[in-house]
Design a protein around this ligand. Structure first.
Ligand code: G3H
Ligand code: 13P
Ligand code: ZN
Length: 327
């Protein structure tokens, strides 16, 4: 058993309380690689922002859970080395799909876990979320639950159609499950292909596809039912058109990727971003390979990739979430 407290990490409780009171959101960035971790820490330290570093089941399979845990511990020490006296870093399991996986993460240094029972029948979702909450709270670990289904296809997260969260269910769900925060579905989706061209309209001036609006009315109804309760938004990458254009200009093929308005302009207190980091990394690497075909030392192309991700993380923190200068 390794407690996250030994690693210098924190849970989300105080962080969310301050974010709700202060009207900003905490960035939750997925990471799988060293360069993502370095860029996240550099961005958080330079902007004086708390940060959630999250790991999916796919990330654990790719990079190894033990290595990722030591990377999170390394992130805390790296932040201190960069001059941050009191880093506020959460290591969070993203989209945990069983009690066993959540327990394994809690036993191995995670300070926060998500149990994603959104695809399960309502009562089953409550039952397992509650089981995770009981174990997690006994170890002072916080729990995110999900109600409503997001569309999108990634390694471990797949659903063809999204189903909005029903506001009339949230009080019962939050009370009976005991969760600390709730991920809701208001029309965002996972991945770089958030909408099909048929779901969009075309801007006559630019010719670009404009996505359908998010259901902010549902978010506001939920906020009225659960005042002050931490709400989480998944699928919040904005899929910047410049990165998609760079990828396609340098040999990539991302057809019909649609950029969405910053989904995070709302009162939610945790915003999940993964795809924008993938796009920033891929765009920089493709550009580098195209311009310097003789390079083969990974440091030569991973350095600009890391810089481009850092720029994106800082943009999100400062311009979108407002979590800068909160340490
Ligand atoms: O919401 C899912 C995250 O973007 C993680 O994706 O399962 O491909 O690591 P992944
Ligand atoms: P994006 O695919 O929009 O980055 O969403 C990531 C996410 O929700 C991780 O849980
Ligand atoms: Zn997600």
């Amino acid at each position: 058993m390794t407690s996250y407290k030994e690693l210098g990490l924190v849970n989300t409780r105080e962080m969310f309380k301050k974010a709700v009171a202060g009207g900003y959101a905490i960035p939750a960035f997925n990471f799988n690689t060293l360069e993502q971790m370095q860029a996240i820490v550099q961005a958080a330290v330079e902007t004086k922002s708390p940060v959630i570093m999250q790991v999916s089941k796919g990330a654990r399979n790719y990079a190894n859970g033990t290595i990722l845990r030591y990377m999170a511990q390394g992130a805390v020490e790296y932040a201190k080395e960069l001059g941050c006296k009191n880093p506020q870093i959460v290591l969070h399991l993203d989209h945990g799909d069983s009690f066993e996986l959540c327990k394994d993460c809690i036993d191995n240094g995670f300070s926060s876990v998500m149990f994603d029972g959104s695809a399960l029948p309502y009562e089953e979702n409550i039952r397992i979320t509650k089981q995770v909450v009981e174990y997690a709270h006994a170890h002072d670990v916080t729990v995110e639950a999900e109600l409503g289904v997001l569309a999108g296809v990634e390694d471990e997260v797949q659903a063809e159609k999204s189903h909005y969260t029903k506001p009339e269910e949230v009080i019962d769900f939050a009370t009976r499950s005991g969760c600390d925060s709730l991920a809701i579905s208001i029309g965002t989706s996972h991945g770089a292909y958030k909408f099909t061209p048929e779901q969009c309209t075309r801007d006559p001036k630019t010719g670009r596809l404009v996505p359908p609006p998010l259901a902010f009315d549902i978010l506001h109804e939920i906020e009225k039912k659960l005042p002050g309760f931490p709400i989480v938004l998944h699928g919040s990458s904005s899929v910047p058109q410049e990165e998609v254009d760079t990828i396609n200009a340098h040999g990539g093929k991302l057809p019909d990727a649609v950029d969405i308005p910053e989904a995070s302009k709302s009162a939610v207190c945790k915003i999940n971003i993964d795809s924008d980091s993938r796009l920033a990394m891929t765009a920089a690497i493709r550009k580098h390979f195209d311009e310097k075909p003789g390079d083969f030392d990974p440091r030569q192309y991973l350095k600009p990739a890391r810089e481009n991700m850092k720029k994106m993380y800082i943009h999100k923190i400062v311009e979108v979430l407002g979590s800068n200068n909160k340490l």
